[in-house]
Design a protein. Structure first.
Length: 74
C-alpha cells in the first residue's frame, strides 16, 4: 500500500510507484470515481482532458472573485 499526506490546500503527491504504473507526467489529468466504499483514480486520456478543458471554457458564469470567495473552501 502506498500513502501520501494532504497539504493545507487539499493537495497530495501521487506516489512514484503509482505515477509509473499509470504512466503519469506533469500536466496529466486524473479522474476520480466513487465505487461503493472506495475511490478509484484513473489517468484521463488526452481526449477526455481536451473535452474537460473545452467544457471549462463555457462555464465562465461561475468564474469570478465572488464565486471564489463563496465556494473556494469546497
Amino acid at each position: 500500500m502506498k500513502a501520501s499526506k494532504l497539504t493545507s490546500k487539499y493537495q497530495a503527491t501521487v506516489p512514484r510507484e503509482v505515477r509509473e504504473f499509470l504512466g503519469l507526467a506533469a500536466g496529466d489529468g486524473l479522474q476520480w470515481e466513487i465505487e461503493d466504499d472506495q475511490v478509484v483514480v484513473k489517468k484521463l486520456s488526452r481526449l477526455d482532458l481536451e473535452w474537460q478543458k473545452a467544457i471549462e471554457m463555457t462555464l465562465t458564469e461561475w468564474n469570478s472573485p465572488e464565486d471564489d470567495k463563496a465556494y473556494g473552501s469546497l
